[in-house]
Design a protein. Structure first.
Length: 213
């Protein structure tokens, strides 16, 4: 379990550094042109993050470290570009503190999930499907928000966050049960934690910007 936690933490840390670095590059401008459009944003996010996760999982299943590495390499820029877009909208002096606060909050959420999961005998085997249902619900509600009521986009964002949170519960339980090998487990935890991280980052930045205003 220690190796899984260490590898997942390393991937998360690398992605956070990538977010900050990319926020000072043209990648942030490209992401800003892409992600505010709900449909383009969903396609880009799914292609990079979910697509990269799928490749990484297939690589692990086939015993191909190279393919697994490609999957992670695709996922990192996906989260990195999204985070860079969010950070580029904030004052430079706020970015590093916001990342620090977000890291603490995300770490606390992960710790609470780990403790909660460890204190129950429930398998949570179906929770990956529940996470998928929340993601689909977020897409449907977000699409309705584009055409009907923009306020629904906030609900869609909450559904996406809950989807990653539920997926984190599944991945943590899978680690405890030894359902997957070390690499697959670490990648699964990393993807779920980063999904939580990018949503918390948006809320932290909004709160810090409002405080400075």
């Amino acid at each position: 379990m220690g190796r899984i936690a260490g590898l997942a933490t390393g991937l998360v840390a690398l992605n956070v550094v990538a977010m900050l670095a990319l926020s000072y590059t043209p990648v942030a401008d490209l992401a800003l042109a892409l992600f505010p459009n709900f449909f383009l944003g969903v396609i880009a996010f799914a292609a990079s993050v979910e697509g990269g996760y799928w490749l990484a999982s297939r690589g692990v299943e086939r015993g191909s470290i190279g393919l697994a590495g490609v999957g992670v390499a695709v996922t990192q820029p996906g989260y990195g570009a999204f985070g860079a877009a969010v950070l580029s909208l904030a004052a430079p002096a706020v970015c590093v503190p916001a990342l620090g606060v977000t890291a603490v909050i995300t770490g606390l959420i992960t710790a609470l999930v780990t403790v909660a999961v460890s204190r129950t005998d429930r398998s949570f085997a179906g929770w990956q499907r529940y996470a998928g249902g929340l993601f689909v619900g977020g897409i449907v509600v977000g699409a309705a928000g584009v055409f009907l009521a923009p306020a629904l986009l906030v609900v869609a964002g909450l559904l996406f966050f809950l989807g990653f949170l539920v997926d984190l519960v599944y991945e943590v339980r899978a680690v405890r049960e030894g359902r997957y090998g070390t690499l697959r487990s670490a990648i699964g935890v990393y993807v779920a934690v980063m999904g939580v991280f990018v949503h918390v980052l948006q809320w932290v930045l909004r709160a810090m910007q409002a405080t400075r205003a």
